[in-house]
Write a protein that binds this ligand. Sequence first.
Ligand code: SF4
Ligand code: SF4
Length: 171
Amino acid sequence: MSRFTLLKKAKEIGVITERYPYKPTKVPEGFRGKPEIDPEKCIGCCACIAACPPNALTSLDENGYRVIRIFYGRCIFCGRCVDVCPEKAIRMTEEFELTADDHEELVQEVRLKLVRCSVCGRYYDTERHYRMILKEFEEAGLKVDPEVLRRCPEHRMGMSAEVIGLRRVRK
Ligand code: SF4
Ligand code: SF4
């Protein structure tokens, strides 16, 4: 194709390039940008952490809190965390401009209060998750002793439903 034909064709098509970065660009539907955790919905179950291929998601229990952390410097924007979150607490945003001067600007942290085991006193679960389990029992019409249920996995091992105090509430 001659240069002349090419220029003619381009004129027919018109401008197809965008003025980005001088003007903001629109991302296509389903675009996977920066993942974000909703701190109001997260229960600190760590399912997203187990599913994250490059370990961009981590958790740390310290001073009575569980800190769920995303480091965008490691994220590959695969969306696995969104798929596995039982509370739909993570979503992929349309944000993709993530350059930063400081490492800490590339981090999102969610802090959740922990509960202690009623036997050994160690922190073992988030308060939000514990309350959610209690509510689920209630909604299923089951009565359970909250103190007995608040045991770490080690001290709950081998306990039967009878010992936990689980019984169906007659309506
Ligand atoms: S999008 Fe993928 S890499 Fe990024 S935090 Fe989620 S699971 Fe990890
Ligand atoms: S974001 Fe979802 S999967 Fe990750 S800890 Fe929170 S509730 Fe669990």
